[in-house]
Design a protein around this ligand. Structure first.
Ligand code: E4P
Length: 229
């Protein structure tokens, strides 16, 4: 599975890029808000300039399809490595599939996002143009957050994406390092990870004995500051 970095803090993105460990980047409006981005275009242009050779996904902000299309044009013009993120629905629950088809006909690379259901995966994959690279983002972590096992959904999504050339399945809303191993086992193409998970990937391969020891050493360091009274 390819590992992407999920976030909108430019310093974190550049640090991840420099490690050579990640194969691409994803952002979303909530991550941009959290990172304090105030000028979308300036932010996106800065990222594209700094990272010209890996896939970057930038999301449209509009909620009506006409404005979404205009924003999609601007995002597409940012660079050859840019994927336009289109949510599978707007806030009214209207399907984005007609817009997705329109943009696919133009040969634009999309990252169709906020996908949860198998029906959404089927409709998205059916609308994709096999001649251009596309990403299908299924929110496995948010499915799990709702108390539902995401694995059967991801398995089915792998099968559906394999029916269309260039439809790359992405495991979104990653919660823990183990998700990377699950995604890999299922044959998911990409998993996008927040900085915390990328950091923790460094702990992979340590023995459980070592982890036990490191845990106690961590507690012990904090005890030094607290004292026993
Ligand atoms: C990635 O493309 C998604 O926007 C992101 O993984 C969503 O993560 P979240 O569910 O933790 O907000």
């Amino acid at each position: 599975v390819k590992i992407y970095a999920d976030g909108a803090v430019i310093e974190d993105m550049l640090a991840a890029y420099e490690t050579g460990f990640v194969s691409g980047f994803t952002t979303n409006p909530s991550l941009m808000k959290k990172a304090g981005v105030t000028d979308y275009v300036a932010f996106a242009e800065k990222v594209v300039k700094a990272i010209p050779d890996l896939p970057l996904s930038f999301e449209v902000f509009a909620d009506d399809f006409e404005t979404m299309e205009k924003e999609a044009e601007k995002i597409h013009a940012l660079g050859n490595n840019v994927f336009i993120k289109i949510p599978i629905t707007n806030t009214k629950g209207e399907s984005s599939i007609p817009l997705i088809k329109k943009l696919e006909d133009k040969g634009y690379s999309l990252n169709v996002t906020a996908i949860f259901t198998t029906k959404q995966v089927e409709e998205t994959v059916a609308a994709l143009n096999p001649d251009v690279a596309n990403i299908v983002s299924v929110f496995a972590g948010r499915i799990a957050d709702s108390g539902v096992d995401p694995i059967p959904y991801m398995k089915k999504a792998v099968e559906i994406c394999q029916t269309k050339k260039n439809a790359h399945l992405l495991w979104a809303s990653t919660r823990e390092v183990f998700n990377v191993f699950e995604a890999d086992r299922l044959g998911v193409d990409i998993i996008t990870c927040p900085p915390g998970v990328i950091d923790k990937l460094k702990g992979v391969g340590k023995s459980l004995e070592q982890l036990s020891l490191e845990t106690v050493i961590g507690f012990n360091k904090d005890i030094e500051k607290l004292g026993f009274s």
